[in-house]
Ligand binder design. Structure first.
Ligand SMILES: [Zn+2]
Length: 328
């Protein structure tokens, strides 16, 4: 009978509490289990998650720098209650907003290691985990041969600089020239709102500390099978990275797609997007194409590991998480 009542009780609880309840009945006394559960709830998450997929000869490893919750009123094009309702419908509503992950992707072929984006490095929310994530793979920053920064927002380039120093001393750095020009222009900086000032300051620092910065003009191959895709809109020089080999491919689209609001609509934006018409045009172009091609997508802010596809479902676009584990 106690077993039955516990089950009935557990049915109404969040999953995390069900685990605690079963543990209490099995291995530990009730009070010890409660204490352990309370301790675990207080401790920071200690595990650096990573996910690996194979794209032909490449191994692509998803790593994360952490997360931040974006207030519901950071999505122009929809009201805060509308965004919150959409999050609730997806069971992802949090009191403080929409949870953004900060995912980076390490691309390796046994000869070169390319890192796509460098994370927010503590400049937003609970971030700054990328160095530990690389360390968990046995990698120090000086083992990275190249970094591609998809655009010069602080959450994508923050980790390039650590303690006022170049954090990837052996890396070539690739950034689209339109972003380098925009984010180092004093006139643009003077006219920009407060929430973009950190990105302007970081951009100046990155250009100064990375003499091996190569400004990219248009779509091109960085190495065999790794190429730049023009996704201008979110910022003037917003780019994606296509990884392709052996008949397989993946495209890292950075801030093309945000959780909760995309890809269902293209007339909803993130606060940091200053040119909304360009951002909408980019998504209007990309989402249907990605859906018809079934492109495997990696996206910075989607739930870890940020791998999925845009699918057209009875005329509605939705995000379909990719089945990435234990695949060949
Ligand atoms: Zn971003």
């Amino acid at each position: 009978m106690p077993q039955l009542s516990r089950r009935a009780f557990a049915g109404a609880l969040p999953l995390g509490l069900i685990g605690g309840s079963l543990l209490g009945g099995g291995l530990l006394g009730d009070s010890a289990a409660r204490a352990a559960t309370q301790e675990a709830a207080k401790a920071p998450v200690a595990v650096n998650p990573f996910a690996q997929i194979r794209i032909g000869r490449f191994t692509v490893t998803a790593l994360t720098d952490g997360y931040a919750d974006m207030p519901y009123d950071y999505f122009p094009g929809r009201s805060a209650p509308e965004v919150e309702r959409a999050a609730s419908a997806q069971f992802t509503a949090r009191p403080s907003g929409v949870r953004f992950l900060f995912n980076q992707y390490l691309v390796e072929d046994g000869e070169r290691r390319i890192l796509i984006d460098a994370g927010a490095a503590g400049s937003i929310g609970q971030t700054g985990q990328l160095p530990q994530a690389l360390a968990a793979l046995g990698l120090k920053p000086d083992k990275i041969d190249a970094v591609i920064v998809t655009h010069m927002h602080q959450d994508h380039m923050g980790g390039l600089v650590l303690g006022g120093k170049n954090n990837y001393p052996e890396a070539d750095l690739y950034i689209d020239r339109r972003d380098v020009t925009h984010w180092t222009d004093p006139a643009k900086r003077n006219g920009a709102p407060d929430y973009l000032q950190t990105s302007f300051r970081m951009a100046e620092e990155v250009v100064r500390l990375y003499p091996r910065l190569q400004a990219i003009d248009g779509e091109r191959e960085i190495m065999r099978g790794v190429s730049i895709v023009d996704l201008t809109g979110h910022t003037p020089g917003h780019i994606g990275v296509r990884v392709e080999d052996g008949g397989k491919s993946m495209i890292m689209v950075s801030d093309m797609i945000f959780p909760v609001v995309h890809p269902a609509a293209t007339d909803v934006f993130f606060l940091f997007e200053q040119d909304r018409a360009a951002a909408k045009a980019m998504r209007d172009r990309f989402f249907p194409r990605a859906a018809s091609e079934g492109a495997l997508i990696a996206a910075t802010h989607m739930p870890f590991p940020g791998l999925g596809r845009v699918v057209a479902d009875h005329g509605e676009m939705r995000w379909q998480v990719a089945d990435w584990a234990l695949q060949d």
